[in-house]
Write a protein that binds this ligand. Structure first.
Ligand code: HEM
Length: 373
């Protein structure tokens, strides 16, 4: 079979493939957690703001829940972006010939992410400000959610197109300006829905985390545990179904490869256990409405384990698909560049030290009392 990937790779990798992979998978799982907090937080916030606008005995509590989430979302967005940049760079280093090609082919959409992101970010601030001023503001929140979902859709489109070199020549011939979308791909919808539903799971686990914070009144913490619990449990069940769908639409060779290779099969098992754990924790919190710190920590651990293991399986789907089409990322030529690696480690260690200092400042700060949620 003719190799369909562009033949250029100007320089070999300056560090081993596993090194880039480890950093890629770690930072991408943090990006996914933040992105799903954004999507889930917006969905829950919009729903609560809308319901509060319709009055009723729980209106005040719902408005406070929406405000508590909306206040945090611009900060969550900084993490979405800052945890998105590293995997973007690592993915470009590892898969440049596939990834740059697909990015150029949908260039119009790909570049529009910058504008959509700015719009989404601005709407987040408007949503939060509207709620602080006592308005329901759910329409603004909904627009922000739709913009974030559109960004995610463009990412899913690119990450699936990069796996289809057979579709590239016809796309380029039909529209070299990069203004059209790829032809139908059966994996796009399940994949995007899977990531969207992750918003419910992670959003629910986030509420469980918040239910452990002493800045909220006790009654509000119990309400957060109840709501968070049901959302996490429902999201985990829906994601399990969508995860099966994502794997089902892969070609037989990819499915078999996932089962045969221990790291992918093992990550798949961890992912299922994390999802089961999230469903069980969610159900328990829904029933018991605890107001202690422990469920929040358990929720955080499950969210991280679920995200990291999912990223490893996702990586397996990509590597097996590309290898079947003539691009074996593990066979990339490497020429270790020690001076570049040394600069990287110095910057990395400095960054970690600064982060530790920032966290210590935050922990020493006087706690702020929030209204209620
Ligand atoms: C509203 C903001 C964003 C949302 C909701 C979002 C969501 C997503 C989703 C759902 C995916 C998975 C796509 C798939 O595989 O099907 C994804 C992948 C990715 N996102 Fe984001 N994203 C956002 C912003 C960003 C930003 C600003 C960056 C970087 C500057 C970024 C970097 C990445 C990268 C690098 C990947 C894929 C990496 C890989 O496959 O190796 N994202 N994002």
């Amino acid at each position: 079979m003719m190799n369909m990937f562009p033949a250029v790779d100007p320089i070999p990798l300056p560090a081993p493939v596993w090194f880039f992979k480890a950093l890629h998978d770690l930072t991408l799982s943090l990006h996914f957690l933040a992105a799903q907090m954004l999507l889930g937080g917006l969905a829950i916030g919009v729903w609560a703001a809308w319901r509060s606008g319709r009055g009723g005995p729980a209106a005040g509590e719902r408005r406070n829940l929406a405000a508590a989430l909306a206040r945090r979302l611009p900060i969550v967005m900084t993490y979405v972006i800052n945890f998105g940049v590293p995997p973007l760079l690592f993915a470009q280093v590892l898969y440049g010939r596939a990834f740059y090609t697909s990015s150029v082919l949908i260039g119009g959409y790909w570049i529009s992410v910058i504008g959509l992101l700015m719009l989404c970010y601005w709407l987040l601030y408007r949503f939060s400000a509207g709620l602080e001023q006592g308005r329901a503001a759910w329409g603004t929140g909904l627009l922000s959610l739709l913009t974030a979902a559109a960004v995610a859709r463009i990412y899913s489109t690119n990450m699936t197109l990069m796996l289809r070199p057979e579709a590239w020549p016809a796309m380029y011939a039909a529209d070299p300006a990069g203004l059209s979308l790829p032809p139908h791909d059966p994996s796009l919808l399940p994949r995007w829905l899977f990531m969207m539903t992750g918003g419910l799971t992670v959003g629910g686990l986030w509420l469980l985390w918040l239910s452990g914070r002493s800045s909220f009144a006790e009654a509000s913490r119990a309400a957060l545990a109840r709501r968070g619990g049901i959302l996490a449990a429902a999201g985990a069940l829906a994601q399990a179904g969508l995860g099966v769908w994502v794997v089902q639409v892969q070609p037989a060779a990819v499915r078999e490869g996932l089962g045969e290779r221990l790291p992918y099969a093992g990550a798949g098992v961890v992912w299922l256990l994390a999802l089961g754990g999230a469903a069980a924790l969610g159900a328990w919190c829904y029933a018991r409405r605890p107001v202690s710190r422990a469920p929040g920590w358990a929720a955080a651990a499950l969210a991280f384990a679920g995200s990291l293991s999912m990223v490893v399986v996702r990586d397996g789907i990509r590597d097996l698909t590309l290898a079947g089409k003539g691009f074996d990322v593990w066979a990339r030529e490497t020429a270790i560049n020690w001076s570049v690696l040394a600069v990287f480690f110095i910057a990395f260690a400095t960054g970690l030290a600064l982060l530790g200092w920032l966290i210590s400042v935050m922990r020493r700060a006087a706690p702020v009392k929030e209204e209620a949620a």
